[in-house]
Design a protein around this ligand. Structure first.
Ligand code: ACO
Length: 372
């Protein structure tokens, strides 16, 4: 059995920050309402030239550097997103090309749950022995799909990207268990009515703002509180663990009240629950990887920590994964790693051949000196 140990991590958020006070000037809302109902204080919004691909590439480069790997070392790239740069080509290929990787790449779309789906998928490629290094990105530039005149939704969302690199390992680390769920009967509680083939774009669909996110907040709230805790419990049981053995819960950052409710249902104190929604809002598929990176940077996730990642979102979908972190090795041989992997292999072969030739030359000399 091969495990996919998380050896690299990175994140990227657009420079522009939109605060609740900025939103007060745009729609009939208040900082007080947004903070008490959602926990959000500010969010990052993509500016000129910032797209899902560009944020992903920055996050991925950080993750690769942390892992001490080059893009050429990657065997596969998975990108969880609902906001690709274009409908075609898949944004995963744009990211692969910009990174300079020479491997397969595809998108995983499961709303805000996408990153956990992608992580579980990556683990399968490693467990089967097919691949050694897999990059998993969760990224969204969701702001263009937000109706900035609708106070019910526009206060919630933000843009960003997070990425991890999984490396094949014999140690039982990485994704120990996972649960994936879907209930399409609730699809219209969170959707974009137009833009797909069922309702292609027309002047009429644009005028009616049907290319923006439409959400029944109360239904999504009820759904989230139904699935978050139960998915986390199921994943923990599947891993053969108990909740007491979990060091940190990293939930999808959609609403602080949903997170607090899930923590109560799970019997977890809030010190064991990572929350950064105040500074990012809901970044959809990017929220869990961004939270993971911040949790590591801030020392909440340490070497050998066991964490539960749990998400919910459009679909409706939900997913949970129990992830064991390994030892945080420092990136070694940084200069050596800057050489492309094929050249490194040639250099290793050449050194090996030299060693053999030197051995063949020195052995008779050694025998003569020692008179054997
Ligand atoms: N500012 C001020 N008032 C507001 C705002 C706002 N930004 N938004 C709504 N209101 C009003 C409503 O109009 C309503 O007024 P009314 O009673 O006069 O009709 C009142 O506040 C209460 O509305 P509720 O919908 O009951 O508010 P609630 O406490 O449920 O909070 C919220 C709304 C924050 C949307 C909540 O329901 C929620 O977080 N739901 C889950 C959403 C979610 O997680 N979505 C992401 C899913 S992940 C993905 O895949 C993208």
């Amino acid at each position: 059995m091969k495990y996919g140990r998380i050896v690299g991590w990175g994140k990227c958020a657009p420079h522009k920050v939109l605060t609740n006070f900025d939103l007060e000037k745009m729609v009939d809302t208040s900082d007080e309402w947004i903070v008490t109902r959602t926990g959000i204080r500010e969010r990052h919004i993509a500016g000129e030239g910032e797209t899902t691909a560009s944020l992903s590439v920055t996050a991925a480069r950080q993750a690769l550097e942390r892992a001490g790997l080059q893009p050429a070392d990657l065997d596969l790239i998975l990108v969880a997103t609902s906001s690709p740069d274009y409908l075609l080509p898949p944004v995963s290929s744009i990211i692969q090309d910009r990174l300079g990787a020479k491997c397969g790449a595809f998108m995983v779309t499961a709303g805000c749950t996408g990153f956990v789906y992608a992580l579980a998928t990556a683990q399968q490629f490693i467990a089967s022995g097919a691949y050694r290094h897999v990059l998993v990105v969760g990224a969204e530039v969701i702001s263009p799909a937000v109706d900035w005149t609708d106070r019910n939704t526009c206060v919630l969302f933000g843009d960003g990207a997070g990425a991890v690199v999984l490396k094949a390992s014999e140690e039982p680390t990485g994704v120990l268990s996972f649960v994936l769920g879907s209930d399409g009967s609730g699809a219209k509680h969170l959707w974009m009515p137009a833009g797909g083939v069922a309702r292609p774009p027309t002047h009429e669909t644009v005028d009616r703002r049907e290319h923006t996110i439409q959400m029944n907040g109360r239904e999504v709230f009820k759904f989230a509180t139904r699935v978050l805790a139960s998915a986390a419990v199921e994943a923990v049981e599947k891993a053969g663990l108990t909740m007491d053995e979990i060091d940190l819960l990293i939930p999808h950052q959609a609403n602080a009240r949903i997170i607090e409710l899930a923590a109560r249902q799970l019997g977890l104190p809030m010190e064991k629950v990572f929350v950064n929604i105040d500074r990012y809002g809901n970044t959809s598929a990017a929220s869990i990887p961004i939270a993971l990176v911040e949790a590591i940077e801030q020392g909440y996730v340490k070497e050998n920590s066991t964490v539960v990642m749990v998400g919910f979102g459009a679909g409706l979908t939900w997913a949970a994964a129990v992830v064991k972190m390994g030892v945080f090795t420092q990136p070694r041989y940084a200069l050596w790693r800057t050489i492309p992997s094929r050249a490194r292999t040639r250099a290793r072969v050449a050194v090996g051949a030299l060693q053999m030739r030197a051995g063949a030359l020195l052995l008779p000399l050694y025998a003569r000196v020692t008179k054997r």
